[in-house]
Write a protein that binds this ligand. Structure first.
Ligand code: ASP
Length: 316
């Protein structure tokens, strides 16, 4: 019988137990669990993988703990510019948006691009105008404001450095200790169709107009029933150079790697050699999942019809 399964992430990086209060850890675990259950509920009633990944990512976008949607970080101009993508492995249909502002759920806009734009990737003002035309929910700037994100940005706004999503991180310019934001989901439905979605605010103090790996099809997000569905999180510039998600797919398609082997090859070997910190979640069409990262931790979750449910934060 076909296994149904969903995996999610909420970012990877230097996530250490000693830096976390029990309350904050519990809030993260709860946020991950709620998103996982929202996605799994879709699969359980016979819904599609694409609907499941969207449901999970919407929950994470609405949670200010994660760097996507409501919790998106500030750019160098003190704005929130968000990127997202979604891909259906059964058709290879994909939709992506970059640099959008005031969109409550960027993953919904990405899906709208996939379904109704006749294109795959819209950016900036064009993407925002498309959101307006399609009646996508918008929010005022204040919706995206949080003191925590604002303080993160204020600390470095007068420099040319940009920072991954963690208050205590060293600056990325120094490539030391870091944690990444971004949320994502991959799922396999009762028909053996798989899908992936990723959504992010990018990096604090990022250059106006900078686009990361998350919305790029084949890099931060990819899905193909023949191989795998992938959602990445990490230092986007390096994931782009590594063509990360599609590389996992290629290892499976052309070299007959299993999902786990392919994910490990890309994250634990190729990206490590390039100094690319981060991780990914993967799913194949049999419902097998892989949650692989080369950083100290990755916010993550997995639930399937074999009765497994995992919520993880640290490397354990
Ligand atoms: N990959 C994202 C980016 O570079 C950041 C992250 O995963 O936290 O925009």
């Amino acid at each position: 019988m076909q296994k149904i399964s969903i995996a999610i992430h909420g970012g990877a990086g230097t996530i250490l137990k000693e830096d976390m209060s029990p309350e904050i850890e519990e809030a993260y675990r709860q946020g991950l669990s709620e998103a996982l259950e929202a996605g799994y509920a879709v699969l359980e009633i016979g819904g599609t993988a694409i609907h499941a990944v969207k449901a999970a990512v919407v929950m994470l976008e609405d949670n200010p703990l994660f760097n996507a949607g409501k919790g998106a970080v500030f750019t160098k101009k003190g704005l929130n510019e968000m990127d997202a993508a979604i891909m259906d492995g059964s058709t290879l249909d994909a939709g992506a948006i970059a640099g959008v502002r005031n969109v409550r759920n960027p993953v919904e806009l990405a899906e709208e691009v996939m379904l109704h734009s006749g294109h795959v990737f819209l950016s900036g003002k064009g993407a925002n105008d498309f959101a307006l035309k399609q009646g996508i929910k918008l929010e005022p700037d204040e919706y995206f404001y949080s003191q925590y994100r604002y303080d993160q940005w204020r600390e470095i706004r007068d420099s040319d450095l940009y920072q991954l999503d963690h208050k205590n991180d060293k600056l990325v310019g120094l490539l030391k200790d870091k944690k990444f934001g971004t949320v994502g989901a991959v799922a396999c439905d009762k028909d053996g169709n798989i899908a992936a979605a990723t959504s992010t605010g990018g990096m604090t103090n990022k250059q106006y107009g900078r686009i990361g790996d998350s919305p790029m099809i084949g890099i931060g997000t990819y899905a193909n029933n023949k191989t795998c569905a992938i959602s990445c999180t990490g230092h986007g510039e390096i994931f782009i150079k590594a063509v990360a998600a599609y590389d996992v797919s290629c290892l499976m398609e052309y070299k007959n790697f299993t999902l786990q082997q392919a994910c490990e090859e890309v994250i634990l070997k190729k990206l490590v050699a390039m100094n690319g910190e981060g991780g990914l979640i993967g799913m194949d069409a049999k419902g097998n999942a892989a949650l692989v990262f080369n950083s100290a931790g990755m916010y993550r979750g997995l639930k399937n019809s074999d009765g497994e449910k995992i919520i993880g934060i640290y490397a354990d």
